[in-house]
Write a protein that binds this ligand. Sequence first.
Ligand SMILES: Nc1ncnc2c1ncn2[C@@H]1O[C@H](COP(=O)(O)OP(=O)(O)O)[C@@H](O)[C@H]1O
Ligand SMILES: O=C(O)C(O)C(=O)COP(=O)(O)O
Length: 324
Amino acid sequence: MAEAMMDALDAEQTIFCPAFPRAGRTVYQGHLFVDGTLLNESGMQNHPLNPMQDANLVRFLARQVTRPVGLLRYHDLADASSAGGSLQTHRRDGIAHGVIDCVDDSQLQTIAAAVSDMPLLTGGSGLARYLGDAYRKSGLIETHRASSELPAISGRSLILSGSCSQATNQQVAKAKSFCSTWQLDVLEIARDPGTYQRRLLAWAEASDANRPLLIYSTDDPEGVRSVQQTLGANEAAELIESFLGKVAVELTTDFGVRRLIVAGGETSGAVVRDLGIRALKIGPEICAGVPWTQSIGGPPLAIALKSGNFGDENFFHTALEMLA
Ligand SMILES: Nc1ncnc2c1ncn2[C@@H]1O[C@H](COP(=O)(O)OP(=O)(O)O)[C@@H](O)[C@H]1O
Ligand SMILES: O=C(O)C(O)C(=O)COP(=O)(O)O
């Protein structure tokens, strides 16, 4: 994907920067850590779609690309000019893909400044947080700043969870105490999605209107494996994503849902696509990396999209309390 985009943009070089130290994601000597634990020991080795079994990003990336991969090491990133110098050396040596070490947020700022002239960057939301300022400083965008306000939208609350990460499993377990809760039976959906959806909507209609709805396929690695053995991993994922997308459309159209939290990156993509949301106005953060937002396009919604392993066990409660 990155190489196709580099070709389209005529870019000789890009960086790979998934670090987000404030959210516990760091890269050191090319290895990705989650809260100080190597990625492949962090629970993400059991991801339903992309089991993350190698924390060495240089090695992992090299298997997927045709051009050389290099590492910009921690000690090459003391400030924007030494980071820029190291990038130039990579460029001169024909290293197209630079995995980049980063262990604290001030380094993200340094990296953002050093890469502000690159047409393609690959990485996570941690780096994106600092790009606005870097682009402003180099005159690429205007200095206008929008205020970050909570979406003033009232209505029923819904949590849709298709993430199976450790953090989401804990968050779902906690949320059962204050939500009306429905655990999806994935094999039943596969057998007869229409009937299953009607049963679910009848339950939602009959549920206590004052309690948030929690609908989830979140499961532990054993539960995920058992579904995948019957349906196949990709087939199960597609089925669940498209089912949750349809449920989001129904519940926001006919059931008064106006506050929506989606757990899971792929799941969020499917739900946002099916709702017809074209853009989001970013509001205040619920936790590092996860803001409340307001939909632009599609139904008017307060919407929070949570990447799998983000947030503490009270994440859903904290998020809904912010809007109370
Ligand atoms: N019970 C389940 N069995 C199998 N696959 C599942 C189950 N629940 C969810 N999935 C799939 O697992 C994937 C989780 O990925 P994603 O939504 O990106 O979450 P995360 O942000 O935790 O990576 C999705 O494609 C989802 O459809
Ligand atoms: O747990 C994580 O780090 C993620 O699930 C993830 O994908 C984070 O991506 P960004 O939000 O782009 O940093």
